[in-house]
Design a protein around this ligand. Structure first.
Ligand SMILES: NC(=O)c1ccc[n+]([C@@H]2O[C@H](COP(=O)([O-])OP(=O)(O)OC[C@H]3O[C@@H](n4cnc5c(N)ncnc54)[C@H](O)[C@@H]3O)[C@@H](O)[C@H]2O)c1
Length: 269
């Protein structure tokens, strides 16, 4: 356990599995109190977590950290507002908002994609992040920083994707939704830099989580992903956790409006 985030309070959406879980654990292990939130408290089946049977908030408390859990469907404004309110009522403030919850339906062209798939993907991935930013920033504007009025008074970390930066084959709604997250991040960084609120996004490539399990279990798709990645192996949710920790820390004071690509060079070529 470290102390880089001592006295800080974080909310993580979609924290029961994969990237959200790894982010929540990384923040808590550096001293942040974390409000974990998801549509269900237990992890998705098919994930790669070694301790998948223990819920994220329980792992944090078992390790001596501070955590709460609240059901929160990020497509519902009242749920998102409630999770921010819980951070304030339980821990006094909100320093770090991680808008991580996201969905991917399956691979198909736009011709075969249904309107329901598009609406569902946009509701969770794009509107969910918009709601998280909206209510988190409203709270951050009500509070001062922990450093005497000169340092950052809030950090927003949006989990986008390389699908928000380039076109990924057969992922139309997903790429549209992540493109929305990327440019919302830039827009909010401009509006809230004068208020000392950092707004950044992480754009992971393909990582081993339950979301990507169907790709990795398919030998042909698995080979394609490895061939497209210059780095000898794919990244992990823990890599995303480490990057989120950096963005949440004092070390990233001047970092805002940035897209942090974590893809082993996939989009560099
Ligand atoms: N795994 C990857 O390769 C990869 C790559 C780029 C970006 N991402 C992004 O990372 C984020 C997390 O993905 P993951 O791979 O950990 O997926 P995952 O499916 O393993 O976990 C997602 C979590 O979000 C929760 N969730 C789904 N809908 C929700 C909703 N409406 N409200 C609240 N929670 C909800 C799920 O219950 C689950 O616990 C997503 O935004 C995803 O798009 C993942």
């Amino acid at each position: 356990m470290g102390n880089r985030l001592e006295n800080r309070v974080a909310v993580v959406t979609g924290s029961s599995s994969g990237n959200g879980r790894a982010i929540a654990l990384a923040l808590a292990r550096e001293g942040a109190a974390v409000v974990c939130s998801d549509v269900k408290k237990s992890a998705r089946e098919g994930g790669y977590e070694g301790d998948i049977q223990t819920d994220t908030d329980d792992v944090i408390r078992n390790e001596g950290g501070r955590a709460e859990y609240l059901d929160c469907d990020v497509t519902k404004a009242s749920d998102v507002r409630a999770v921010i309110d819980r951070a304030v009522s339980a821990f006094g403030r909100l320093d770090i908002m991680v808008n991580n919850a996201g969905v991917f339906t399956d691979l198909h062209t736009i011709v075969d994609e249904t309107e329901e798939q598009y609406d569902f993907t946009m509701a969770v991935n794009a509107k969910g992040v918009w709601l998280g930013c909206k209510f988190a920033i409203a709270q951050m504007l009500k509070q001062e920083d922990t450093g005497g009025g000169e340092t950052s008074r809030g950090k927003i970390i949006n989990i986008a994707s390389i699908g928000g930066l380039v076109g990924l084959a057969a992922e139309p709604a997903y790429c549209a939704s992540k493109g929305a997250v990327v440019n919302l991040t830039r827009q909010l960084a401009v509006d809230y830099a004068p208020e000392r609120i950092n707004v950044n996004a992480i754009c992971p490539g393909f990582l081993a989580t339950a979301m990507v399990r169907p790709f990795l279990d398919d030998p042909e798709l698995n080979k394609t992903l490895h061939d497209l990645s210059p780095w000898p192996h794919l990244g992990t949710a823990e890599d995303v956790g480490k990057l989120a920790l950096y963005l949440a820390s004092d070390d990233a004071e001047m970092v805002t409006g940035s897209m942090q690509v974590l893809d082993g060079g996939y989009t560099a070529g």
